[in-house]
Design a protein around this ligand. Structure first.
Ligand code: 2AM
Ligand code: CA
Ligand code: CA
Ligand code: CA
Length: 278
Protein backbone atom coordinates (compact mmCIF):
# COMPACT_ATOMS: atom_id res chain seq x y z
CA UNK A 1 0.00 0.00 0.00
CA UNK A 2 1.32 3.42 -0.95
CA UNK A 3 1.58 5.33 2.31
CA UNK A 4 3.05 8.72 3.00
CA UNK A 5 3.00 9.68 6.66
CA UNK A 6 -0.16 8.01 7.95
CA UNK A 7 -2.09 8.45 4.72
CA UNK A 8 -2.84 5.36 2.72
CA UNK A 9 -3.34 6.62 -0.81
CA UNK A 10 -3.81 3.20 -2.34
CA UNK A 11 -6.62 2.11 -0.03
CA UNK A 12 -8.49 5.35 -0.65
CA UNK A 13 -8.04 5.05 -4.43
CA UNK A 14 -9.26 1.44 -4.43
CA UNK A 15 -12.29 2.21 -2.28
CA UNK A 16 -13.15 5.23 -4.37
CA UNK A 17 -12.86 3.33 -7.66
CA UNK A 18 -14.94 0.52 -6.19
CA UNK A 19 -17.76 2.83 -5.06
CA UNK A 20 -17.73 4.77 -8.33
CA UNK A 21 -17.67 1.55 -10.36
CA UNK A 22 -20.62 0.03 -8.52
CA UNK A 23 -22.60 3.18 -9.09
CA UNK A 24 -21.91 3.44 -12.80
CA UNK A 25 -22.66 -0.25 -13.27
CA UNK A 26 -26.07 0.29 -11.67
CA UNK A 27 -26.72 3.16 -14.11
CA UNK A 28 -25.50 1.46 -17.29
CA UNK A 29 -28.13 1.70 -20.03
CA UNK A 30 -30.38 3.74 -17.66
CA UNK A 31 -28.84 7.17 -18.09
CA UNK A 32 -31.35 9.91 -18.90
CA UNK A 33 -29.53 12.88 -20.35
CA UNK A 34 -27.27 12.07 -23.27
CA UNK A 35 -25.29 14.94 -24.74
CA UNK A 36 -22.65 15.14 -27.42
CA UNK A 37 -19.38 16.99 -27.01
CA UNK A 38 -17.34 17.51 -30.18
CA UNK A 39 -19.48 15.33 -32.43
CA UNK A 40 -22.02 12.52 -32.39
CA UNK A 41 -19.07 10.17 -31.68
CA UNK A 42 -18.21 11.98 -28.46
CA UNK A 43 -20.80 11.35 -25.75
CA UNK A 44 -21.31 12.42 -22.17
CA UNK A 45 -24.09 11.55 -19.72
CA UNK A 46 -25.14 12.83 -16.33
CA UNK A 47 -23.52 9.66 -14.94
CA UNK A 48 -20.06 10.72 -16.19
CA UNK A 49 -20.46 14.04 -14.39
CA UNK A 50 -22.07 12.60 -11.26
CA UNK A 51 -19.39 9.94 -11.01
CA UNK A 52 -16.61 12.49 -11.32
CA UNK A 53 -18.20 14.61 -8.60
CA UNK A 54 -18.47 11.55 -6.36
CA UNK A 55 -14.81 10.67 -6.89
CA UNK A 56 -13.65 14.24 -6.41
CA UNK A 57 -15.61 14.64 -3.18
CA UNK A 58 -14.34 11.35 -1.77
CA UNK A 59 -10.71 12.16 -2.58
CA UNK A 60 -10.96 15.71 -1.29
CA UNK A 61 -12.38 14.46 2.01
CA UNK A 62 -9.21 12.48 2.58
CA UNK A 63 -6.73 14.74 0.82
CA UNK A 64 -7.97 18.34 0.90
CA UNK A 65 -4.55 19.71 -0.10
CA UNK A 66 -4.28 17.66 -3.27
CA UNK A 67 -5.09 18.98 -6.75
CA UNK A 68 -7.62 17.29 -9.00
CA UNK A 69 -7.83 16.86 -12.77
CA UNK A 70 -10.88 15.06 -14.13
CA UNK A 71 -12.15 14.77 -17.68
CA UNK A 72 -15.54 16.33 -17.01
CA UNK A 73 -14.06 19.39 -15.35
CA UNK A 74 -12.09 20.34 -18.45
CA UNK A 75 -13.47 22.28 -21.41
CA UNK A 76 -14.07 20.24 -24.53
CA UNK A 77 -11.33 20.01 -27.16
CA UNK A 78 -7.64 19.13 -27.33
CA UNK A 79 -6.33 22.66 -26.67
CA UNK A 80 -8.20 22.93 -23.37
CA UNK A 81 -7.02 19.44 -22.40
CA UNK A 82 -3.40 20.32 -23.10
CA UNK A 83 -3.74 23.53 -21.04
CA UNK A 84 -5.35 21.61 -18.18
CA UNK A 85 -2.54 19.06 -18.09
CA UNK A 86 0.08 21.84 -18.26
CA UNK A 87 -1.54 23.51 -15.28
CA UNK A 88 -1.11 20.49 -12.99
CA UNK A 89 2.38 19.41 -14.09
CA UNK A 90 4.05 21.07 -11.12
CA UNK A 91 1.46 20.22 -8.48
CA UNK A 92 2.85 18.34 -5.52
CA UNK A 93 0.03 15.79 -5.56
CA UNK A 94 -2.68 15.62 -8.21
CA UNK A 95 -5.38 13.03 -8.74
CA UNK A 96 -6.01 12.39 -12.43
CA UNK A 97 -9.41 10.83 -13.00
CA UNK A 98 -11.53 9.48 -15.79
CA UNK A 99 -14.89 8.69 -14.15
CA UNK A 100 -16.05 6.48 -17.04
CA UNK A 101 -13.52 5.40 -19.63
CA UNK A 102 -15.68 3.91 -22.36
CA UNK A 103 -18.73 6.16 -22.25
CA UNK A 104 -19.90 5.00 -25.68
CA UNK A 105 -19.98 1.41 -24.41
CA UNK A 106 -21.71 2.55 -21.21
CA UNK A 107 -24.40 4.37 -23.19
CA UNK A 108 -25.06 1.35 -25.41
CA UNK A 109 -25.10 -1.17 -22.56
CA UNK A 110 -21.94 -2.80 -23.98
CA UNK A 111 -20.36 -4.18 -20.81
CA UNK A 112 -16.85 -2.82 -21.12
CA UNK A 113 -15.89 0.38 -19.36
CA UNK A 114 -13.77 1.42 -16.42
CA UNK A 115 -12.99 3.96 -13.75
CA UNK A 116 -9.42 5.26 -13.96
CA UNK A 117 -7.76 6.97 -11.00
CA UNK A 118 -4.09 7.98 -10.89
CA UNK A 119 -2.06 9.97 -8.38
CA UNK A 120 0.88 12.00 -9.70
CA UNK A 121 3.62 13.51 -7.54
CA UNK A 122 5.43 16.45 -9.19
CA UNK A 123 4.29 15.19 -12.60
CA UNK A 124 5.20 11.54 -12.06
CA UNK A 125 2.49 8.91 -11.67
CA UNK A 126 3.02 7.03 -8.40
CA UNK A 127 -0.30 5.20 -8.10
CA UNK A 128 -2.71 3.87 -10.71
CA UNK A 129 -6.04 2.10 -10.32
CA UNK A 130 -8.23 0.94 -13.20
CA UNK A 131 -11.49 -0.71 -12.17
CA UNK A 132 -13.79 -2.68 -14.46
CA UNK A 133 -17.02 -2.97 -12.44
CA UNK A 134 -18.74 -5.35 -14.85
CA UNK A 135 -16.08 -8.04 -14.42
CA UNK A 136 -15.17 -6.83 -10.93
CA UNK A 137 -11.52 -6.46 -11.91
CA UNK A 138 -9.47 -3.94 -9.94
CA UNK A 139 -6.04 -3.36 -11.49
CA UNK A 140 -3.66 -1.60 -9.08
CA UNK A 141 -0.09 -0.37 -9.54
CA UNK A 142 2.17 1.43 -7.10
CA UNK A 143 5.47 2.93 -8.21
CA UNK A 144 8.25 0.48 -7.47
CA UNK A 145 5.92 -2.13 -6.01
CA UNK A 146 4.49 -3.96 -9.00
CA UNK A 147 1.04 -4.28 -10.54
CA UNK A 148 -1.78 -6.39 -9.12
CA UNK A 149 -5.16 -7.79 -10.05
CA UNK A 150 -7.32 -9.10 -7.20
CA UNK A 151 -4.23 -9.14 -4.98
CA UNK A 152 -2.15 -11.21 -7.40
CA UNK A 153 0.88 -9.84 -9.16
CA UNK A 154 0.40 -9.43 -12.91
CA UNK A 155 2.98 -9.34 -15.68
CA UNK A 156 3.12 -8.58 -19.39
CA UNK A 157 3.12 -11.33 -22.01
CA UNK A 158 6.37 -12.96 -23.12
CA UNK A 159 5.54 -12.79 -26.80
CA UNK A 160 8.41 -11.50 -28.91
CA UNK A 161 6.89 -11.77 -32.40
CA UNK A 162 4.37 -9.29 -33.75
CA UNK A 163 2.86 -12.11 -35.80
CA UNK A 164 1.79 -13.90 -32.59
CA UNK A 165 0.62 -10.74 -30.83
CA UNK A 166 -2.89 -9.58 -30.07
CA UNK A 167 -2.84 -5.79 -30.26
CA UNK A 168 -5.33 -3.14 -29.15
CA UNK A 169 -6.11 0.28 -30.57
CA UNK A 170 -9.03 2.68 -30.93
CA UNK A 171 -10.90 4.88 -33.36
CA UNK A 172 -10.06 8.49 -32.52
CA UNK A 173 -12.85 11.04 -32.60
CA UNK A 174 -10.77 13.73 -34.36
CA UNK A 175 -10.96 13.23 -38.12
CA UNK A 176 -7.24 13.64 -38.88
CA UNK A 177 -6.27 11.24 -36.14
CA UNK A 178 -8.88 8.76 -37.34
CA UNK A 179 -7.55 8.88 -40.90
CA UNK A 180 -4.03 8.37 -39.55
CA UNK A 181 -5.02 5.51 -37.31
CA UNK A 182 -6.95 3.69 -40.02
CA UNK A 183 -3.68 3.55 -41.99
CA UNK A 184 -1.94 2.20 -38.91
CA UNK A 185 -4.62 -0.45 -38.48
CA UNK A 186 -4.36 -1.37 -42.15
CA UNK A 187 -0.59 -1.81 -41.96
CA UNK A 188 -0.60 -3.62 -38.61
CA UNK A 189 -3.50 -5.94 -39.32
CA UNK A 190 -1.49 -8.11 -41.70
CA UNK A 191 1.54 -8.16 -39.36
CA UNK A 192 -0.09 -9.12 -36.06
CA UNK A 193 -2.31 -12.00 -34.99
CA UNK A 194 -5.28 -9.68 -34.73
CA UNK A 195 -6.41 -6.27 -33.56
CA UNK A 196 -9.03 -5.51 -30.91
CA UNK A 197 -10.65 -2.22 -30.13
CA UNK A 198 -12.80 -2.27 -27.03
CA UNK A 199 -13.57 1.42 -26.47
CA UNK A 200 -11.76 1.81 -23.14
CA UNK A 201 -8.14 2.90 -23.46
CA UNK A 202 -7.57 2.46 -19.72
CA UNK A 203 -8.71 -1.16 -19.89
CA UNK A 204 -6.59 -1.79 -22.97
CA UNK A 205 -3.56 -0.66 -20.96
CA UNK A 206 -4.61 -2.84 -18.02
CA UNK A 207 -4.99 -5.81 -20.36
CA UNK A 208 -1.47 -5.30 -21.74
CA UNK A 209 -0.23 -5.14 -18.13
CA UNK A 210 -2.00 -8.44 -17.38
CA UNK A 211 -0.57 -10.16 -20.47
CA UNK A 212 -3.96 -10.47 -22.20
CA UNK A 213 -2.70 -8.39 -25.11
CA UNK A 214 0.90 -7.78 -26.10
CA UNK A 215 0.56 -4.19 -27.24
CA UNK A 216 -1.70 -1.17 -27.62
CA UNK A 217 -1.54 2.19 -29.31
CA UNK A 218 -4.00 4.99 -29.67
CA UNK A 219 -3.88 8.61 -30.87
CA UNK A 220 -5.15 11.84 -29.35
CA UNK A 221 -5.94 10.51 -25.91
CA UNK A 222 -5.72 12.59 -22.73
CA UNK A 223 -3.82 12.29 -19.48
CA UNK A 224 -6.88 10.90 -17.66
CA UNK A 225 -7.19 8.03 -20.18
CA UNK A 226 -3.55 6.99 -19.83
CA UNK A 227 -2.04 7.93 -16.45
CA UNK A 228 -3.19 4.98 -14.32
CA UNK A 229 -2.71 2.47 -17.15
CA UNK A 230 0.79 3.76 -17.90
CA UNK A 231 1.92 2.91 -14.38
CA UNK A 232 0.24 -0.51 -14.66
CA UNK A 233 2.35 -1.12 -17.78
CA UNK A 234 5.61 0.00 -16.15
CA UNK A 235 5.01 -1.95 -12.97
CA UNK A 236 4.09 -5.13 -14.83
CA UNK A 237 7.39 -5.11 -16.72
CA UNK A 238 6.15 -3.47 -19.93
CA UNK A 239 7.14 -0.36 -21.86
CA UNK A 240 5.07 2.76 -22.35
CA UNK A 241 6.07 5.59 -24.69
CA UNK A 242 4.51 7.89 -27.24
CA UNK A 243 4.13 6.50 -30.76
CA UNK A 244 7.57 7.91 -31.64
CA UNK A 245 9.21 5.97 -28.80
CA UNK A 246 9.75 8.89 -26.38
CA UNK A 247 9.23 7.99 -22.71
CA UNK A 248 5.76 8.42 -21.26
CA UNK A 249 4.85 11.59 -19.40
CA UNK A 250 1.55 13.25 -18.55
CA UNK A 251 1.56 15.25 -21.81
CA UNK A 252 1.65 12.17 -24.05
CA UNK A 253 -1.46 11.96 -26.25
CA UNK A 254 -0.34 9.40 -28.86
CA UNK A 255 0.44 6.45 -26.66
CA UNK A 256 2.11 3.12 -27.36
CA UNK A 257 2.36 0.40 -24.72
CA UNK A 258 3.64 -3.13 -24.95
CA UNK A 259 5.32 -6.02 -23.22
CA UNK A 260 8.63 -4.37 -24.23
CA UNK A 261 9.65 -7.26 -26.48
CA UNK A 262 7.57 -6.14 -29.46
CA UNK A 263 7.88 -2.41 -28.77
CA UNK A 264 10.42 -1.59 -31.48
CA UNK A 265 8.65 -3.68 -34.11
CA UNK A 266 5.31 -2.06 -33.27
CA UNK A 267 6.85 1.38 -33.41
CA UNK A 268 8.60 0.72 -36.71
CA UNK A 269 5.44 -0.57 -38.35
CA UNK A 270 3.47 2.46 -37.17
CA UNK A 271 6.25 4.79 -38.32
CA UNK A 272 6.16 3.06 -41.71
CA UNK A 273 2.42 3.64 -41.90
CA UNK A 274 3.08 7.34 -41.17
CA UNK A 275 5.57 7.48 -44.03
CA UNK A 276 3.00 6.19 -46.47
CA UNK A 277 0.72 9.15 -45.83
CA UNK A 278 -0.72 8.29 -42.42
P1 2AM B 1 -14.07 8.22 -22.87
O1 2AM B 1 -14.97 7.06 -23.02
O2 2AM B 1 -13.69 8.55 -21.47
O3 2AM B 1 -14.53 9.46 -23.60
C1 2AM B 1 -11.74 4.91 -26.90
O4 2AM B 1 -11.01 4.72 -28.07
C2 2AM B 1 -11.03 5.90 -26.03
O5 2AM B 1 -11.14 7.22 -26.59
C3 2AM B 1 -11.65 5.98 -24.66
O6 2AM B 1 -10.61 6.05 -23.73
C4 2AM B 1 -12.47 7.24 -24.72
O7 2AM B 1 -12.64 7.85 -23.47
C5 2AM B 1 -11.61 8.10 -25.60
N1 2AM B 1 -12.33 9.22 -26.20
C6 2AM B 1 -13.64 9.32 -26.48
N2 2AM B 1 -13.94 10.51 -27.02
C7 2AM B 1 -12.79 11.18 -27.10
C8 2AM B 1 -12.41 12.48 -27.57
N3 2AM B 1 -13.29 13.31 -28.06
N4 2AM B 1 -11.11 12.83 -27.49
C9 2AM B 1 -10.20 11.98 -26.99
N5 2AM B 1 -10.49 10.76 -26.53
C10 2AM B 1 -11.75 10.35 -26.57
CA1 CA C 1 -15.38 11.36 -22.83
CA1 CA D 1 -11.43 8.32 -21.38
CA1 CA E 1 -14.52 9.49 -19.64
Amino acid sequence: MYTVGRKNYTAVAINTASKAGEWIKSRCGKHSKLKTKLSSHDLVTEVDKGCETMIRNLLQTYFPDHSFLGEEGVEVGPEASVRAVDSIQDAEYVWIVDPIDGTTNFVHGFPFYSVSIALAHHGEVILGVVYDPVHDEMFVAEKGKGAYLRGRKIGVSKESELSNSLIGTGFPVQENALTTNLKGIQVLSSKVRNIRTTGSAALHLAYVAAGRMSGFWELELNAWDIAAGALLIKESGGTVTDTKGNPYNLCVRNVMASNGLIHNSLQEELAGAHATGF
